[in-house]
Design a protein around this ligand. Structure first.
Ligand SMILES: CSC[C@H]1O[C@H](OP(=O)(O)O)[C@H](O)[C@@H]1O
Ligand SMILES: Nc1ncnc2[nH]cnc12
Length: 294
């Protein structure tokens, strides 16, 4: 790992965010991965001189639902594109009265209730167990919080994001259960994305943009896509202002991540070298080349 890193900021745009304003030298480029196709071409460019790579999570025009997203291809493509940190911008429902629609939450924990997705780059022939105790990079969280306050967004630092499989929204009983679990927001996409970013040794943080009160709130109608999209349009402008402020702050040359996100595989591999599968190792070149030497 170099002592001084020139950051390349990865931005994953969720529902309602299919492009990034103000990018200079912009170019949509296909990035091939051994895991299949990412959601779309990747948009390369510069913001205030800082290299950025943007990916619309569901593809432009939103053709792909949460369960069908190729999360491994998306993260691998980011890594291959040279990205060093990822900011996930996501629409969420609120499970907390204090977090109304229009509010931004820099989440710091997740509960993963998804069950129909590929969740790891590793597997038979190369087993790895990374720590997910602290799934979000605090350095990115600090920068996002400072920028959100600077541009005047209603923001809360910290919160737990419940990741459901979808695509249907929750039942009222589920929504109430997640509230009992002290979850703050709910969405369908940030897992396994955050797990895969950790395996790929990429710093990762989520800006959860509240669009609705899900279905638990007695004074609000159950969530609909129409209602979500209405709030999303306002949130998307705020998200773009946040990105404009945070990218220059994160873009300065820096040392290794103080939280160790960029060394997550140092103590994670358990398969003996002679038991490793050569074909899998080849696929891990971008994600784990640093520790596997492939
Ligand atoms: C359009 S509402 C449901 C949809 O929005 C969120 O997506 P993203 O996290 O990519 O912004 C949620 O997770 C669902 O996929
Ligand atoms: N209530 C909700 N449940 C799941 N995902 C969402 N995305 C936006 N609102 C949501």
């Amino acid at each position: 790992m170099p002592d001084i890193i020139e950051p390349v900021i990865g931005l994953i745009g969720g529902s309602g965010l299919y492009d990034i304003d103000g990018l200079e030298e912009r170019e949509w480029r296909q990035v091939e991965t051994p895991w299949g196709e990412p959601s779309d071409l990747l948009l390369f460019g510069r913001l205030a001189g800082v290299r950025c790579v943007f990916l619309p999570r569901h593809g432009r025009g939103h053709p792909t639902p949460p369960s069908a997203l190729n999360y491994r291809a998306n993260i691998d493509a980011m890594k291959r594109a040279g990205v060093t940190e990822i900011i996930s911008l996501s629409a969420v429902g609120s499970l907390n009265e204090a977090l109304p629609p229009g509010h931004f939450v820099i989440v710091d924990q997740f509960i993963d209730r998804t069950f129909a997705r590929e969740k790891s780059f590793f597997g038979c022939g190369c087993v790895a167990h990374v720590s997910m105790a602290h799934p979000v990079c605090p350095r990115l969280g600090d920068a996002l919080e400072a920028s959100a306050r600077e541009v005047g967004l209603p923001v809360t630092r910290g919160g737990t994001y419940l990741v459901m499989e979808g695509p249907q929204f929750s039942t009222k009983a589920e929504s109430e259960l997640y509230r009992q679990w002290k979850c703050d927001v709910i969405g369908m996409t940030n897992m396994p994305e955050a797990k895969l970013a950790r395996e790929a040794e990429l710093c990762y943080a989520t800006v959860a943009m509240v669009t609705d009160f899900d279905c638990w709130h007695p004074d609000h109608d159950a969530v609909t896509v129409d209602a979500v999209v209405k709030v999303l349009l306002g949130n998307a402008d705020k998200a773009k202002a946040l990105v404009k402020s945070v990218v220059p702050a994160l873009g300065r040359p820096r040392g290794p991540c103080p939280a160790g996100c960029d060394r997550a595989l140092d103590n994670a591999l358990i398969t003996a070298p002679e038991k490793r599968d050569v074909a899998l190792l080849a696929k891990l070149d971008a994600v784990a080349g640093r520790v596997l030497g492939v």
